[in-house]
Design a protein. Structure first.
Length: 153
């Protein structure tokens, strides 16, 4: 009888460990949460079909976006990594945490001219590789549905 309770106890402990290992870890960001919704069509979609390409969507008085478009905190970069996976990140530098201080994207890197932080976009991690940054660029959901890329938060 003791053996059954011991086995149940071990099984329960293993189940709890497995559940903890599968839980989603939320990345913390210095960039505040803002609504994001971008749907790429036409030439933008064609550009983003190629590995290593990127497009930046920045709030500007000179650019007209569809009415339901929402550009996050400092704007959004959508890019296809070297493994041909689609990604999207906020353009605001996490070190500066200002809407008006954006990273400059020249694939496969994004660089902040103010603090000097450099982020590697090669495989979609958007992780810092130089400078004072300790966190990744704020990431958004990006899906390629075969006719458009949709970015949301």
């Amino acid at each position: 009888m003791k053996g059954i309770w011991l086995k149940r106890g071990i099984l329960s402990a293993l189940l709890l460990v497995a559940m903890g290992a599968c839980s989603k870890v939320e990345e913390r960001s210095s960039i505040p949460d803002y609504d994001v919704y971008i749907k790429t069509l036409g030439n933008d979609y064609i550009t983003l079909r190629i590995a290593g390409n990127s497009l930046c969507y920045i709030p500007s008085a000179n650019t007209i976006y569809p009415t339901n478009t929402k550009l996050g905190y400092g704007g959004v970069v959508i890019y296809r990594d070297m493994e041909e996976k689609i990604h999207a990140c906020d353009l605001a530098c996490p070190v500066e945490a200002s809407r008006n201080i954006r990273v400059d994207v020249k694939m496969p890197f994004a660089t902040c001219a103010v603090c000097g932080s450099k982020y590697d976009l090669t495989f979609g991690f958007a992780a810092p590789v130089e400078g004072p940054a300790k966190e990744t660029l704020k990431k958004y959901n990006a899906i390629d549905n075969g006719s458009a890329i949709i970015v949301s938060y």
